[in-house]
Design a protein around this ligand. Sequence first.
Ligand SMILES: C[S@@+](CC[C@H](N)C(=O)[O-])C[C@H]1O[C@@H](n2cnc3c(N)ncnc32)[C@H](O)[C@@H]1O
Length: 196
Amino acid sequence: MERLEDTSHLIHDKAFKQLIKKLKGETITRVCDAGSGKTSASILLKYFNIATVDAIIYPGDNRKKHPLEDAIGSDRLEIYEVDLTRSCVRKKYDFCYALLTLGEAQNFGNSFENLFHRIMDIKAKWFVLYDVLEDPCVHYRYIEQYLKEKGFKIVTKKIFRNPHPEHYPKVKYNKYKLEFDSKHFVGYLIKNLNIH
Ligand SMILES: C[S@@+](CC[C@H](N)C(=O)[O-])C[C@H]1O[C@@H](n2cnc3c(N)ncnc32)[C@H](O)[C@@H]1O
């Protein structure tokens, strides 16, 4: 029995629904949740209702592991504790989702660029990247330039207003502590042209 979190009231759920519109007709059965948590895993299990989801979390990140184990309990969900910046994911996927993952790179001592490159190295045909527009740790111009140069196509880019902005007073950015308000989210649907 699946006990999915009801995400229908969340902006992330509504945003995901809009972002995957152009996937109509695609068969999505193998999914990777790169930087998982209860919300992203529940959204994936809900919208791809025949897919199996590999939920990747940083080793020992029990903030995410326990809710994933206790709350969801789906036999379509497998949890993997992997540092994406140090291990290569060999499995092939139809779809990979990174919901608010890139902004956390530095929390585990990694650079944004390194984590972003490793996520884009995952052998998936489609990606959705989704993060806070105002987060100084997420470099959107860099993302777009990298995708263009490395054989990815941004199929959809959308900005979503956050109905419940939060204030982040001390975000570690290199040797600085910066603050920001999460007023918007940016989402990309990306096609990997290197995979046929
Ligand atoms: C803000 S949480 C993402 C929230 C999640 N998508 C959700 O819906 O609840 C960031 C996630 O990225 C993971 N993460 C951060 N750096 C990572 C790394 N180097 N390798 C693997 N996972 C990482 C964390 O363990 C966590 O699961």
